[in-house]
Design a protein around this ligand. Structure first.
Ligand SMILES: NC(=O)c1ccc[n+]([C@@H]2O[C@H](COP(=O)([O-])OP(=O)(O)OC[C@H]3O[C@@H](n4cnc5c(N)ncnc54)[C@H](O)[C@@H]3O)[C@@H](O)[C@H]2O)c1
Length: 331
């Protein structure tokens, strides 16, 4: 444990979600004092969330508060009691497809909840407010790789619209109040303890149970699959490097910098499960973008990295995921 970090308190919202959990795990291991907030909603199996929390609760330097970020009074109490210096805001209603049928839930958590978070962070003079945006803000583009300065005015889903609105709100708070805000556009993060609503889980689960898998856009989707460890490699450096006074707002892609065909992804899962998939081809779904492929040049330059921050390639990442799936779901 690194002693210098002991005194640094960081709030992580969405702490029992996939990304939040890994970040809390990483930061507590590094010796930071982490305060976690989550409402443990039932969007997906809460056993997974409870198991993640069990792991975090083993740490002396982790404190959990079950709070809904749309409840500003409860949230205010946590800010007052815990007095943290940094905020990593990951709590949100995730998922593109669910937002087509349930936009209100997205408004409550991703717009109202986001406002509460940024506003309290301003009031409490948080040193750096970092939040989860999404690659979905790019919509369908013609040019690749996707760069942070591309136009993001045409979201294809309401989920993407809420993330875009977060970026715009944060930009305004930076420009009005000089608040140091950073938006992270995540590109399909995956890894152990991953979300059951995401493709990697659905495919692994169905193939292993000999069930059919639905392949939208006839399998012609291209995705920038990013291992969670790639983000963990960057997160501490990012926290400790807020924007400068002159330029307090930042936006970065968090990606692998490579686009892979969904079918390759499925083949790797099949190889690791030693089973063949039964595919039902379906047309493109409303809200889905066809291709994502991040440029990671901006973050490399900003954090003065020597190389692309890649930890595991897709082959290694899927092998690790399938092994985790087998051991977790066989219990
Ligand atoms: N995983 C990805 O590939 C990906 C890609 C792009 C963006 N993101 C964004 O990153 C963040 C984390 O994503 P994730 O994959 O870990 O999702 P997740 O659903 O696993 O985690 C989100 C957590 O937030 C909590 N939450 C939701 N609404 C809340 C509320 N109103 N109050 C308190 N807690 C609430 C949920 O209970 C959940 O535990 C989200 O903002 C998501 O939109 C993720």
């Amino acid at each position: 444990m690194e002693n210098k970090n002991k005194k640094i308190k960081i709030l992580v919202t969405g702490c029992v979600g996939f990304i939040g959990f890994h970040v809390c795990n990483f930061l507590t291991n590094k010796g930071f004092h982490v305060i976690g907030i989550d409402n443990i909603n039932t969007y997906y199996d809460i056993k997974l969330k409870k198991d993640r929390l069990k792991i975090l609760n083993l740490r002396k330097n982790f404190n959990f508060h079950k709070v809904d970020i749309s409840d500003s009074l409860k949230l205010k109490k946590v800010f007052k009691k815990e007095k943290f210096e940094y905020v990593l805001h990951f709590a949100a209603q995730a998922g593109v497809r669910f937002s087509i049928y349930n936009p209100k839930v997205y408004f409550k958590s991703n717009v109202e909840g986001f406002f509460n978070m940024i506003n309290l962070s301003l009031e409490k003079k948080i040193k750096h407010f970092i939040f989860a945006s999404s690659s979905s803000v790019y919509g369908d583009q013609k040019n690749f790789p996707l760069k942070e300065n591309f136009n993001t005015d045409k979201p294809k889903s309401f989920y993407a619209a809420t993330k875009k609105s977060n970026e715009v709100m944060a930009y305004s708070y930076s420009s009005i109040y000089g608040m140091k805000n950073t938006a992270l556009r995540f590109f399909t993060l995956y890894g152990p303890f991953g979300r059951p609503d995401m493709a990697i889980f659905k495919f692994t689960d169905s193939i292993s149970k000999n069930k059919k898998i639905e392949l939208f856009n006839n399998g012609n989707h291209l995705r920038d699959f990013t291992h969670i460890d790639t983000f963990l490699l960057l997160v501490e450096k990012l926290i400790m490097k807020p924007g400068k006074k002159k330029n307090p707002f930042n936006v970065f892609n968090i990606g692998n910098g490579k686009s892979e065909k969904l079918i390759k992804f499925i083949n790797l899962i099949e190889e690791n499960l030693k089973k063949k998939s039964k595919i039902i081809k379906k047309p493109l779904q409303r809200g889905d973008v066809i291709k994502t492929h991040s440029s990671v040049d901006k973050i490399i330059k900003y954090l003065l990295l020597k190389n692309k921050p890649i930890t595991k390639d897709l082959k290694q990442g899927i092998k690790e995921y399938v092994n985790w799936y087998k051991s977790y779901y066989s219990k």
